[in-house]
Design a protein around this ligand. Structure first.
Ligand code: FAD
Length: 298
């Protein structure tokens, strides 16, 4: 804890101590983190990680917290926020974007520049970094379809450029998920020329579909489980009568069984209890191990 108090002296960005994780996650659950640092820039990020590694302090990058469940106690480490890494440039059909940039905002910018390929991202409330990490996607598309290359800080704090192939994108996974000490700094995306009005119309239509089918009026972190091969997690969960099932303040959505919502001051334990209960019963009934799409942070 003493070393934590020295974070201020590093001059790497804004340091917030004892931060409520409810404020940094879309589920609005979880306890507190010892500290959160909004780093000023890439060099500050390197300096901070170097310091934390040297002092064996746990750390984690946090984007928009839209795929994370922090437990109710204390996250005994430092969260690193990349909100200041948010440069973006469109050149012809390519986009250079830093990892703190908002994904839905980027999809609108692309559409307005008559570029097609990012329509899927309009309703995914994350950052570019979070989307690269878990290969976010929807409507049969994902980051893997549009990434040309990603610049990372590797485990040795060296900058490295990974090609699309090296990013190893697959359904909701990537190279980054397997290397959690790597940080995505920026990406080059390759889109295609399209017709602005048609692109915006597709996005509008999907927005309507999301509003109709997802409980966007409540805090959540999107789909809880990955779809098992050839089936839908939502279908399996619904078939077991889970829609509307409450535990504490958490509830399986009545609109979409693969969403757990924070109905009324839920705790992380409430959400995790429902997750484990669903996994147990889906296994018992169908013999299927539902894999979490969301991440429980220890
Ligand atoms: C209403 C709703 C709808 C959603 N719909 C979808 C959907 O259709 N498709 C979909 O795929 N997801 C969906 N999600 C889930 C979520 O928005 C995505 O997974 C998103 O990509 C997470 O981005 P984030 O910035 O919030 O990441 P976070 O949740 O903050 O972090 C997720 C992981 O990424 C890591 N990470 C973040 N930034 C970096 C970085 N720069 N370098 C290395 N690692 C990093 C974090 O350490 C963490 O392990 C939805 C969520 C909500 C709330």
């Amino acid at each position: 804890m003493k070393k934590m108090k020295e974070l201020d002296k590093l001059n790497v960005g804004r340091v917030i101590y004892h931060v409520s994780l409810k404020e940094y996650t879309t589920y609005r659950v979880g306890g507190i983190a010892n500290a959160l640092v909004i780093v000023d820039d890439k060099e500050s990020l390197k300096k901070l990680i170097c310091y934390l590694e040297e002092h064996q302090i746990k750390w984690k990058i946090i984007g928009n917290g839209s795929n994370l469940i922090f437990k109710d106690g204390v996250y005994d480490g430092v969260l690193i926020h990349l909100a200041n890494l948010n440069d973006m440039k469109i050149e012809d059909t390519q986009i250079y974007v830093e990892s703190g940039y908002s994904l839905p905002k980027l999809s609108i910018k692309a559409a307005k520049a008559s570029l097609t390929g990012l329509e899927f991202a309009a309703g995914i409330p994350g950052t570019v970094g979070g989307a690269l990490f878990m290969n976010a996607g929807a409507y049969k598309s994902d980051m893997g379809y549009i990434v040309k290359e990603v610049t990372i800080l590797d485990e040795n704090l060296k900058e490295k450029v990974l090609t699309n192939e090296e990013c190893d994108f697959h359904y909701r996974t990537s190279y980054f998920k397997k290397h959690p000490k790597c940080v995505c700094l920026n990406a080059k995306l390759q889109l295609k020329r399209g017709v602005k009005e048609a692109i915006l119309a597709v996005m509008e239509d999907r927005k309507k579909r999301r509003i109709e089918s997802q409980p966007l009026e409540y805090p959540s972190a999107g789909s809880v489980f990955r779809n098992p091969e050839g089936d839908y997690a939502g279908r399996l969960i619904e078939s077991l009568g889970y829609k509307g099932k409450l535990f504490g303040g958490a509830m399986v959505s009545q609109k979409h069984a693969n969403f757990i919502i924070n109905k009324d001051h839920a705790t992380a334990s409430d959400v995790i209890h429902l997750i484990r209960d669903i996994q147990k019963n889906v296994k018992k009934e169908y013999g299927i191990d539902l894999k979490l799409e969301q991440e429980i942070v220890e």
